[in-house]
Design a protein around this ligand. Structure first.
Ligand code: CP3
Length: 334
């Protein structure tokens, strides 16, 4: 069994495996090199010749225990026919949404449009660099995809007042999105992903009264689907106030905590394997501070199955040298 599966499935707390969200990305010069030549981000995500190379870039540099397929959660709206573009320094922009057309999309039309993601997973999974390591596939949670598809751009700190105005649209859209998330997961697993992580980056935007309908229920459905395929599932409901309630309701195999969560406090509350937590900004400081902060997480979780990761994606300004240092600390602990 791989170190991460050993931790999650067997609740092994002897060592902490490590990988990092956005580990294939702009903090690596070799990624920026490729990105410069490929200005269209979605096209790059759909290039099965380059995606395996980008996915494996961090594993060539660091002793991570997993690769995460280089792709994006917005590949699902793209596969459903919604326009998705990225402009520099702004983030994603999505096009108009036509619910009648989206409701008519057939699974085969969707999988044809995003086929290269699955081909890239097949190619990557055969690489020797992944020996005894996991290849993580992923999806956006229904709620976070709904946010992007309706809001069209990243929300800042809150939703527009009229977000929930068109109740019929929201109800229909969440059904369609759930179905295609499942299809996207099935194909990633068939192609060689050994773990699925569900990113709910905007879970923290919801009022408590709406969590059940938009986060707990739909995510639980996806989690149950993944479990029925005997595949490991990690959830990341970023910004949620009550991780305990989330875990009790949704029951993923492991949960990634964000950097606002107090690790000591969560330890007493959650009994499933925990991943992540450290603020990505710590990697922008100095080695002494990084050592102190990473050891803090390792100490707190020393008797709990714990996968080292961050409380959100690694920042583009991070020096790769700091990542090497972090991996050494984690690997030499205990
Ligand atoms: O290494 C990995 O983690 C795998 C690849 C990955 C990307 N996006 C590549 C990417 C993963 C797992 C994602 C998930 C993703 N995408 C999320 C959930 C995680 C989170 O950050 O909350 C979200 C919300 C998105 C949507 C998205 N994609 C946004 C908001 C942005 C722009 C933000 C930014 O950092 O510029 C992206 C672009 C994106 N996705 C980049 C990468 C490497 C940067 C694109 C570039 O090179 O310009």
């Amino acid at each position: 069994m791989t170190p991460i599966q050993e931790c999650i499935r067997n609740k092994n707390n002897k060592v902490s495996p490590i990988w990092i969200m956005r580990q294939a990305g702009r903090y690596l010069s070799e990624f920026r090199e490729i990105r410069k030549k490929n200005p269209d981000f979605i096209k790059l995500c759909l290039n099965e010749n380059i995606v395996p190379e980008i996915t494996l870039q961090p594993l060539k540099r660091f002793n991570f225990d997993a690769a995460i397929i280089f792709s994006d959660i917005l590949i699902v709206p793209y596969g459903l026919g919604q326009d998705v573009t990225f402009s520099k320094g702004f983030g994603p922009k999505l096009g108009k949404i036509n619910i009648d057309e989206i409701s008519k999309v057939k699974p085969i039309e969707f999988t044809d449009r995003v086929q290269s993601v699955y081909k890239a997973i097949q190619i990557t999974s055969k690489n020797d660099l992944l020996k005894n390591k996991d290849l993580i596939g992923f999806v956006g949670a229904p709620w976070t995809l709904l946010v992007y598809m309706i809001n069209k751009i990243s929300p800042k700190n809150n939703l527009k007042e009229n977000f929930f105005e068109d109740k019929i649209l929201i109800k229909e859209l969440i059904q369609v999105v759930k179905n295609f998330i499942k299809i996207h997961i099935d194909q990633q697993i068939k192609s060689g992903s050994t773990i699925i992580q569900i990113f709910d980056s905007w879970a923290g935007l919801l009022n408590e009264k709406d969590l059940n309908e938009y986060v707990y229920e739909p995510t639980k459905e996806i989690v149950n689907h993944i479990k029925s395929l005997d595949t490991t599932v990690i959830c990341f409901p970023r910004g949620i106030k009550n991780y305990k309630e989330f875990v009790n309701y949704v029951k993923p195999n492991a949960v990634n905590i964000d950097y606002e969560v107090d690790p000591k406090e969560i330890l007493g509350k959650i009994d499933i394997p925990i991943q992540g937590g450290m603020d990505p900004k710590i990697l922008l400081s100095d080695k002494d501070h990084l050592k102190k902060e990473s050891i803090k997480y390792l100490e707190i979780f020393k008797d709990h199955p714990y996968i080292f990761n961050l409380g959100h994606g690694i920042l583009p300004e991070t020096k790769p040298e700091m990542v090497s240092y972090l991996v050494d600390i984690v690997k030499n602990y205990k």
